[in-house]
Structure formats: C-alpha cells, structure tokens
Design a protein around this ligand. Structure first.
Ligand SMILES: [Zn+2]
Length: 372
C-alpha cells in the first residue's frame, strides 16, 4: 500500500478492502493467521487517528506519521486473536499450534483477549492480554515521600535515602562500543556479520532487561508503601535533546519510571502528585523558603544566602517536593516573597502518557529460545 502524507490517507473502512486486493500478489500472507493482517490494520488506523489528533490539538507527546515496517525489522511482532488456549507450560496459538513456554502460565486462565508474539534478538515472547477486575484499592497508609530524580543518584528521597540505579548502559558501554566496532568491520551480508548482529542484539536485550527489572521493583515498592509520592514535572523530552544529558537520562529511564508510577499508584491505592514546572524545587531553600535566581546543574551543594543552610542539592529538592503536598511548606515561603506555596496548583495523576486502561493487564511470558 502506498501511503503518502501529502496524498489522501485511507479510512479504516477502506483498509481491509485495499489489503484484500493486495493479498493476491503476496502469497506469504496466507501462511499466517488472518488475524495478523486485521490486527495490523487496526493498529495502523489507530496510528492515523492519533497522528491527526496530535496535528489538530498539539497536546501531549508528539505523534508522528505512521512509519513503514520492514518484514524483518528490529522489532518483529504480530498480534493474534481468536482461539488462544493456555496450558500449564504451553500456549496454543491459531495457525501456529502448541508452543512450550519457559515460564508457567497458570495465572492467565480465563478470557484471553489477544496474544502478541514478539522477538528480541533470538528469543521469542508471547504476551497475553487478559481482562482482570481490579477491586478498588485500599488507600495506602504510609508516609508522604518527596523524590528528586537526578543523574548522580537515580532518585533522592526527602529523608536522605539515595537510590542508585544499576547503570547497565554506563557499565557495559565500553563493551558495547567494542562490539559495535567489531561488527562494523564485518563484511555486509556475510555469515560473520549475522552472528555479530545477534550478539549485539543480545547485549541490548540484557541491558534492557536489567533496567526494566530495577524500575519495576522500585515503583512497586513505592506505590505499595507510600501514601503520596511527589515528583517534579521534568520535561524529559526537553532534557533528552540536551546531548550531554541524553545518555544518562535514557539509561536511567525516567520516562518509564513516571509511566509505571502512574498506573501502579492507581492499582495499589497510592497517589502520585506531580509538582508543576513552575515550582522551584531546586532553587528554593527547604529550610526558609528563600528562592535563588539560578542553580546551575554543576552546583551539587545548595547554599542558602538567607539562612545559611548547606545541603546536598538533590536532598534539598526532594524536601521541597515533600513539603509541596504535605501542607507543611515553611511559613516563611510567602513572607520571603517566594513563589507561593503552590498548593492550588497540585496536579493529581495527569495521564498524557497513559496507554492502557488499568483493567487490562498485559503480561509477558518468555517462550525461551524456541522458534515459533
Ligand atoms: Zn534558607
């Protein structure tokens, strides 16, 4: 199908018709379940709808024009619907048949909406979408926590706890660079190049796995034990554009962290509060409320010119964030002519990044190295 942004964009009703006309020349289409095509068209339609909506409203995350996908791209995946059966150690998929899984699948009994099969390096995964009723959560009885996300430590809590991210990318960067160099020296199309491409993909997969594991454990623990979590509204995309910061931020996974916190706080009865960008969490003194004119990133220690407080930069910011919601912001904030306590501006769980309704819980099950 030839789709051009300048030309007309097909409507959903039209897509299956055009697809059927194209199929005759592509016999490989019939080798797989017909759901694959249908589901892909559904995704394509949603991509168009999202693109046009963004064009019109210019709100939230930038949505680009749908991109073409290669047959064997970096991310191979397809979605199946229809008769999907789950057995204790295997899954039966339409057209493909019974596939043994590495992980037990007992938790997926019941109405399965769809199965997405995807490949990362030489491993295949199937994730099953299951409808789960989540009872209204009991509000967590725990402390309020202010969190500052930083580069030296992944996060600093207002009580002084520093949470370090395992910096998989930083640690393995040398290794990755080396492998990349070796890879680029292999002759194009050669068997050796294929082998080294697989090695690189495996390395990337391992790093991604380590990072996701860390983020999941941290966000679950926070959402289950803290009544309110206050973070600042970082313009992650804006900071990613700054090339010096880009690598460590990308590695730290702030965006993913925020997204996980958003849905997990809802699941477990906690509350996520995002302090607006106008709240001067880094520039304000957490003891007296004096607001500095500027606080460059290179200054790691906060020194208050008004009351003489000397405190770690990130800890000072975390304390300000905690008091943003606790209503315990220093009384002197207003007296000092600071930018107000900002109590009116509290934003509760904005969800520009939310993708799924919380009742649908996709869960991944590894299918080991077995080829489908
Ligand atoms: Zn001060």
């Amino acid at each position: 199908m030839c789709l051009d942004e300048k030309k007309r964009v097909p409507r959903y009703a039209e897509l299956p018709k055009r697809w059927n006309a194209e199929k005759a020349q592509r016999p490989w289409v019939y080798a797989v379940s017909k759901c694959c095509g249908q589901e892909a068209l559904r995704d394509l339609d949603r991509a168009f709808v999202n693109f046009w909506r963004w064009r019109k409203e210019k709100q939230g995350r930038r949505v680009g024009f749908p991109r073409f996908r290669r047959k064997h791209g970096r991310r191979d995946s397809f979605r199946l619907t229809g008769s999907i059966k789950v057995h204790p150690r295997s899954v039966t998929l339409p057209r493909i048949g019974c596939v043994r899984t590495k992980e037990p699948t007992a938790k997926f009994r019941g109405g399965i909406l769809s199965a997405t099969v995807s490949r990362e390096a030489d491993r295949w995964y199937v994730s099953l979408t299951v409808k789960v009723e989540r009872p209204d959560p009991v509000p967590v009885e725990g402390p309020v926590v202010g969190m500052d996300l930083g580069l030296t430590a992944f996060a600093t809590l207002h009580d002084g706890t520093k949470i370090d991210a395992p910096k998989p990318l930083a640690k393995a960067l040398r290794k990755l660079r080396h492998r990349q160099r070796l890879h680029s020296r292999k002759r194009r199309g050669s068997r050796n190049r294929q082998k080294s491409a697989l090695g690189l993909a495996r390395l990337h997969r391992r790093l991604r796995g380590q990072r996701t594991d860390f983020l999941h454990k941290l966000t679950t623990k926070l959402a289950k034990t803290k009544s309110v979590i206050v973070v600042e509204d970082l313009s992650v995309q804006g900071m990613m554009r700054n090339r010096h910061l880009a690598r460590s931020i990308g590695d730290a996974g702030w965006y993913e962290f925020r997204r996980m916190l958003e849905y997990k706080t809802e699941w477990y009865g906690s509350r996520l509060v995002v302090a607006p960008r106008s709240y001067p969490s880094t520039k304000m003194c957490s003891a007296c409320g004096y607001v500095k004119d500027e606080m460059p990133l290179s200054e790691r220690i906060f020194r208050c010119e008004a009351c003489g407080l000397v405190l770690d930069r990130d800890l000072n910011a975390a304390r300000n964030l905690a008091s943003f919601v606790a209503g315990s912001s220093p009384e002197t904030v207003n007296a000092c002519g600071g930018e107000g306590s900002g109590q009116e501006d509290i934003l509760v769980q904005p969800d520009p990044m939310k993708q799924e309704p919380s009742s649908r819980k996709p869960a991944a099950t590894a299918v080991g190295n077995k080829r489908l």
